[in-house]
Design a protein around this ligand. Structure first.
Ligand SMILES: Cc1ncc(C[n+]2csc(CCOP(=O)(O)OP(=O)(O)O)c2C)c(N)n1
Ligand SMILES: [Mg+2]
Length: 896
């Protein structure tokens, strides 16, 4: 077998080694066409092509190959060592994984867990653990394995054998609150930060993030930031999971970027949760076409070693024909029955085949195994996959869901959720996998670990020692980087003077300053889904380059210009094209680089705020679970600020959505100095202090003048509010006005109206983060509840507003829920204005009036609160409504 596997080109192009022979063949084709017509020629050629493919030619003018293993039996690399010993170790892992779930559910069925999925995967995992997957060590940076989420019992069972987990911990599976070292249900770095690296259980998330991880490793290498060559990304994906758009949506990128450091293993156990994945078709053939079309190297591992003699004898193609005719629904049913059934309903489809297996007993037929459950076949596939160059590889491995569960689930429709095994099934499991357990031990589902000096344990230890230690293992911190002080952003702190700029422009300047920073600059990763020009970042194309694995093979149309579109092998920008899901995956890869690669990288992922959480919420959740550090920037945010774009673009709720993510710090700044303070502090927390948080910052495209930072504002900016402009008026009615984002300018204008038109003093506060204020509030409230005899603490909002006269009114460009978050800590009356309803297009002024968040509404709201307080006459509110020409009977914006 050759070391480097090349996919034969599909049209057979290349040097002709025997032109005379070729001519003879072509003449023969011509003759058939002439005598019997083109249909007959196609028939013969199709047969000839199939014959060649069966001999291992690979695809020829067709995107799929016959329903047999891609690697012919005589070209397989051989599994080293003692196959029986390896099987024994695997059987023990199988047992313990099953026992964990059975034991947890003996306690209570409330805890749940899955047995069937791992039993179908065990061989695929164990061959990897024993022979392929490197742990990070001095010699190797470590492979990254995205394990199938709901197969976690298999990982725990192996960690137990490796001495990483105790029996007590296994018994704490899914009991993280009541047991000291409980094990998380699924892979969650948040919950087990030294063990799990990648959250995968939301189906599709592991798939897409693994692709962008592989790409990020190439990027780090190209930029000479980390040595990632030789490291592989492996991802285990369910055959049902491929229906998720996140799973298949980016496979084209992996092909296009030649990610030969990426290996996917699709566990084709033919079943999902409810039933068959493709009962009426064949998932393996379908995926073969999809992946090959996307430029992947496809290795099908369908049949086990015991089929080899039957396939070798199949000169007339009758066996392969039946294999191809059977649909997955039938294949599932076969494995839920027995050898006699397989003889009758599979081989019985062709009397000649029945004859061929006549010498085999029903038991022999039952033992005809599937490729993904055959360690030799799996080894051969992995061996080839890790050596393949120029393309990512997908291994399509056919397995059996619930393998070994017998009557309690093997190949059965219900198997996915089976958490219990009958006593008979447990005993049969023990016998089938030859485990040295007494009936008593089996009934109690006792864990089993062979003695330390047994050949099994020695084998296990040796294998992992050779590969550098145990996996999965997660690094929690890297060497911190030095973060520039606030003075690096002097331009923003001093304000814009007469110039009108947007916070997006302010941000781009902050970013430019960071890129210039000698220490931090190269660690910055701008991630953009085709919106750089929208945000005025196109100057960076030329300056730092757009990463491309092949550089730039064309002269760009704008090459004459100073800031031309520059693609570069060492480029720094990740220009992702129009994929927020892909960009978020890059954000995760970069933002967890401190852990996976030991080098902190700082992603600045900028996108249209409406196409953020709303579009890729589950990936954001995965980012948080992964302990991603970095900045997400919701550009052109606000329901009335991105004025002309209408219902689909105008975001009035992304802040509310981000407020649900515990490790996200979300801000809605108005001025350049606020942007600078927030980003500088974010860098301090994430890069210097290595806190596992990330930031969501909304940016605006509205231009206005930015003042210099008021003295002492810094703490308030970070905690969520500060007094921006106190009224100079003493005595008389007074109000406290809060605002954020672009609406803060309306609030400032409202303060002027109140003072000039109604003689009301208004203090104006910039509320940079209602979400942070709420976090502080609930924490204080909880402390006070639990410490009833102690001096009560005060929430930051209360501390700021207490002792200041008058009701409080808040207005933002977000739905009312946003500013409402702090209601219970606001002393006195609190009225919130917001942009509830669907967005629409118009001038900003019109939109702010329509959504009732503009200066006039703020003034009216403030007067109404004063009237309700008894401070002024209600007639004054009527005056204001008239004066500002407000239609009191306009419909609610939510209803139109
Ligand atoms: C996004 C998402 N939707 C639904 C689920 C619930 N779920 C967990 S496993 C599963 C079936 C998975 O089938 P498959 O991918 O074939 O994996 P198998 O267990 O067969 O290996 C479902 C629907 C989930 N975890 N994530
Ligand atoms: Mg499945």
């Amino acid at each position: 077998m050759t070391d480097q596997v090349q996919t034969p080109s599909s049209n057979g192009a290349g040097a002709d080694i025997d032109a005379v022979e070729t001519t003879e063949w072509l003449e023969a084709v011509d003759a058939v066409v002439e005598h019997d017509g083109p249909d007959r020629a196609r028939q013969i050629l199709a047969r000839a092509v199939q014959r060649a493919q069966l001999a291992g030619s690979g695809p020829i003018a067709s995107i799929t190959t016959p329903y047999v293993n891609t690697i012919p039996a005589d070209r397989e690399a051989q599994l080293p060592g003692d196959p029986l010993l390896e099987r024994r170790v695997r059987s023990i892992v199988r047992w313990n994984a099953m026992a964990m779930v059975v034991r947890a559910n003996k306690l209570s069925s409330e805890l749940g867990g899955h047995i069937a999925s791992f039993q179908s995967l065990a061989t695929l995992y164990e061959v990897g653990f024993n022979h392929f997957w490197h742990a990070p060590s001095d010699e190797h940076g470590g492979d990254l394995v995205y394990f199938q989420g709901h197969s976690s019992p298999g990982n725990y069972a192996r960690a137990y054998l490796e001495g990483r987990l105790t029996e007590q911990q296994l018994d704490g599976f899914r009991r993280e609150v009541s047991t000291p070292d409980g094990l998380s249900s699924y892979p969650h770095p948040w919950l087990m930060p030294e063990f799990w690296q990648f959250p995968t259980v939301s189906l599709g998330i592991g798939a897409i993030t693994s692709i962008y991880q592989a790409r990020f490793m190439k990027y780090l290498h190209a930029r000479a930031i980390a040595e990632t060559e030789g490291r592989k990304v492996w991802a285990f994906i369910g055959d049902g999971e491929v229906d998720e758009p996140e799973t298949m949506g980016s496979i084209g990128m992996a092909g296009r970027e030649h990610l030969d450091n990426l290996i996917w293993v699709v566990n084709c156990n033919l079943q999902r949760l409810d039933g068959p994945v493709r009962g009426n078709g064949k998932i393996i053939q379908e995926l073969e076409a999809d992946f090959r079309g996307a430029g992947w190297n496809v290795i099908k591992v369908i049949w086990g070693t015991r089929w080899d003699p039957l396939l070798a004898e199949d000169h007339d193609g009758r066996l392969v024909k039946v294999m191809e005719e059977c649909v997955d629904g039938e294949y599932q049913t076969y494995k839920s029955r027995d050898g006699a059934y397989v003889r009758e309903y599979f081989f019985g489809k062709d009397p000649v085949l029945l004859e061929r297996v006549a010498h085999m007993s029903d038991d022999d037929i039952w033992l005809l195994n599937r490729g993904g459950l055959d360690q030799q076949k799996v080894y051969a596939a992995y061996h080839e996959a890790v050596r393949h160059t120029g393309q990512p590889t997908v291994i399509l491995a056919k397995t059996i869901k619930g393998y070994g569960m017998g009557v309690s689930g093997e190949g059965q429709m219900i198997t996915h959720q089976a958490k219990k095994m009958t006593e008979d099934a447990l005993l049969a499991f023990r016998d089938r996998f030859e485990l040295p357990l007494s009936d008593e031990q089996v009934r109690a589902a006792e864990y089993y670990k062979p003695p330390d000096d047994s050949p099994e344990m020695e084998f296990l230890r040796e294998c992992r020692a050779k590969l550098g230690g145990s996996i999965p293992v997660r690094r929690m911190k890297a060497e911190p980087l030095e973060v520039p002080g606030l003075d690096a952003f002097k331009g923003q702190l001093e304000g814009s003077g007469e110039r009108e700029i947007s916070t997006t422009m302010a941000f781009v300047r902050v970013l430019a300053a960071l890129l210039r920073d000698k220490k931090l600059g190269r660690h910055i990763v701008p991630v953009v889904p085709d919106e750089s020009r929208t945000f005025g970042m196109e100057g960076m194309f030329r300056q730092i380059g757009i990463y491309s694995p092949v550089g730039q093979l064309y002269q760009p149309q704008d090459s004459e210009q100073l800031m031309f579109y520059k693609e570069d092998k060492h480029g720094q920008i990740l220009e992702e094209g129009i994929t927020e899901a892909g960009s978020t995956s890059s954000f995760i890869a970069a933002g967890t680089s401190y852990s996976t690669h030991g080098v902190p990288m700082i992603p600045f992922f900028i996108y249209y705020s409406m196409f953020g959480y709303q579009r890729v919420g589950d990936l954001v959740w995965a980012a948080a679970d992964s302990r991603t550090r970095g900045f997400m920037l919701g550009g052109t945010a606000g329901r009335t600020t991105l004025n002309g774009e209408g219902l689909q673009h105008e975001d009035g709720h992304s802040h509310v959505l981000f407020s649900v993510v515990p490790s996200c710090r979300a801000y809605d700044p108005t001025f350049g100095y606020e942007v600078a303070v927030i980003i500088q502090d974010g860098l301090r927390r994430m890069v210097a202090e290595q806190e596992d948080v990330f930031y969501y910052i909304t940016l605006l495209n509205e231009n206005y003048q930015h003042p210099a930072m008021p003295d002492g504002a810094q703490e308030g900016i970070l905690r969520g509010m500060y007094l921006l402009r106190p009224s100079s008026r003493d005595g008389g009615p007074r109000v406290q006005l809060l605002g954020s984002g672009a609406i803060l300018n309306e609030v400032l204008a409202a303060a002027e109206l109140l003072e000039s038109d109604f003689g009301v003093a208004a203090d104006v506060w910039s509320a940079t983060s209602f979400t942070e204020l709420r976090r502080d509030g609930i924490e204080i409230e909880r402390w006070n509840m639990l410490h009833p005899l102690e001096e009560p603490r005060r929430a930051y909002v209360t501390e700021q507003l207490e002792g200041r006269d008058g009701p409080v009114v808040a207005s933002t460009d977000y739905i009312r829920t946003f500013a409402d978050q702090v209601r219970q800590w606001v002393p006195g009356r609190y009225r919130v204005l917001g942009t509830d309803g669907f967005g629409r297009s118009d001038f900003r002024r019109g939109l702010r009036r329509f959504f009732e968040v503009d200066r006039h509404y703020v003034a009216v709201a403030a007067l109404k609160e004063l009237a309700d307080d008894g401070t002024i006459e209600p007639q004054r509110v009527v005056d204001a409504i008239e004066r500002y020409e407000i239609n009191a009977d306009a419909p609610m914006p939510t209803t139109v």
